[in-house]
Design a protein around this ligand. Structure first.
Ligand code: KG4
Ligand code: ZN
Length: 367
């Protein structure tokens, strides 16, 4: 069967086609992502109304390209439509959901709503275009129960997954998400949007500079007994650190402005902030693994592109002697291939199967 995935929850208009053979081996035939990042970068974050307008403007074109790349002539050849139903920006989600419902109605196809975070979890099992993912029973036995660390721009969650479709939330952020922390700290450092990759690149410059920070940034809630997170204090600590460095920097005379040069200290601050976020994420995930004893740890969400996090979590997981999975870099950000794969497993379980008449619009649904 062939599944058309549609994703419009934030600033990427994405469609993908996934093929599943009779042995339940899955293969991505096409995965098209039309990114709006350049448009939103000017505003330092995603501007919802603009995101919705761009989705509406590009969605037909993205469908045409996706069908062409997959070698299909029409939606007629699709068996199931999987669309992100939330969480995300309501005005942006509605564009994808309405488009999916219209296609389902026009071509009389099944439609299924997919939770965006569940999609991120499934990104772990996507292979490059044209390669098979073998997700058979043997594979399931090695992976489940799995502990998921989902880190995106809007969410930071630890989710236990007993099997396909069976989730238990065991920890989440009390305030800012990890990606949001990267984005806000990047703004304080005068870097652009999205902040994660920019902070990462800046941190790598540290070797080239000789500036060292005298103070360490906090690792919020690292020793708390539960598995929740908090990142807003870290952002505030960066704000005060910049203020302090500015005040301490010498002035040549009373009337001249401070000689503080943010550019000089930026790599050191970026490096320390990134390390603080990674330390908390890894420490909490490992503590949760020690308690719940999963067979694997799975990383996902936009922040899973962070190489420090990937390396640190992999090393810590290997020490525990359990399996570790992380998505291929091309599937870390929002994409419709992960929505199609999660949609397929929901469909196969028969749990959330629905037709076009009953597809729900639920912007706040959680796993
Ligand atoms: O999953 P995603 O693409 O969208 C949401 O569902 O939110 O995640 C976007 C987030 C942004 O906050 C972005 O700064 C962060 O992922 N991100 C990174 C990196 N690449 C993207 N954070 C840290 N390091 C990266 N390399
Ligand atoms: Zn996402």
């Amino acid at each position: 069967m062939k599944i058309l995935g549609i994703e419009t929850s934030c600033d990427e208009t994405s469609m993908a086609i996934l093929e599943v053979d009779h042995k339940k081996n899955t293969k991505v035939l096409a995965n098209v992502v039309s990114s709006q990042i350049k448009i939103h970068a000017k505003y330092g974050g995603v501007f919802p109304a603009l995101a919705a307008r761009e989705h509406a403007k590009n969605i037909d074109k993205v469908l045409k390209i996706t069908l062409k790349e997959a070698g299909l002539k029409s939606v007629e050849e699709i068996d199931l439509i999987a669309v992100t139903k939330g969480p995300g920006l309501a005005v942006a989600l509605i564009v994808g959901i309405t488009f999916a419902k219209t296609l389902a109605w026009k071509y009389k196809k099944l439609i299924i709503g997919v939770n965006h975070l569940e999609g991120h979890i499934y990104s772990n099992w996507l292979k490059p275009i044209g390669e098979f993912s073998i997700l058979n029973l043997q594979f399931s036995k090695k992976i489940f129960p799995a502990l998921n660390l989902i880190v995106s721009g809007g969410h930071t969650e630890l989710v236990l997954m007993k099997d396909h479709g069976q989730y238990k939330l065991i920890g989440e952020t009390m305030d800012d998400a990890a990606g949001e922390a990267f984005d806000k700290i990047a703004r304080l450092l005068g870097l652009g949007y999205p902040g994660g990759p920019l902070i990462s690149a800046e941190a790598e410059e540290l070797q080239a500079t000789n500036h060292k920070l005298q103070t360490k940034l906090p690792r919020p809630m690292i020793n708390s007994k539960n598995f929740n997170f908090s990142f807003s204090g870290l952002k505030t600590a960066v704000l005060y650190l910049i203020k302090k460095l500015r005040e301490e920097s010498p002035r040549s005379n009373l009337f001249e402005d401070s000689r503080f040069d943010l550019e000089r200290v930026r790599p050191a601050i970026a490096h320390e902030a990134q390390q603080a976020i990674v330390d908390v994420l890894v420490s909490k995930t490992i503590k949760a693994a020690e308690k719940y004893k999963p067979k694997s740890i799975l990383l996902s969400g936009g922040v899973s592109a962070n190489s420090q996090l990937r390396t640190a979590l992999q090393k810590a997981t290997e020490k525990l002697g359990i399996n570790y999975l992380q998505p291929e870099l091309k599937y870390t950000g929002d994409n419709a291939a992960m929505i199609a794969l999660a949609g397929y497993f929901n469909y196969a379980k028969g749990k959330k199967k629905t037709d076009w008449k009953s597809a729900e619009v639920n912007a706040n649904l959680r796993i």
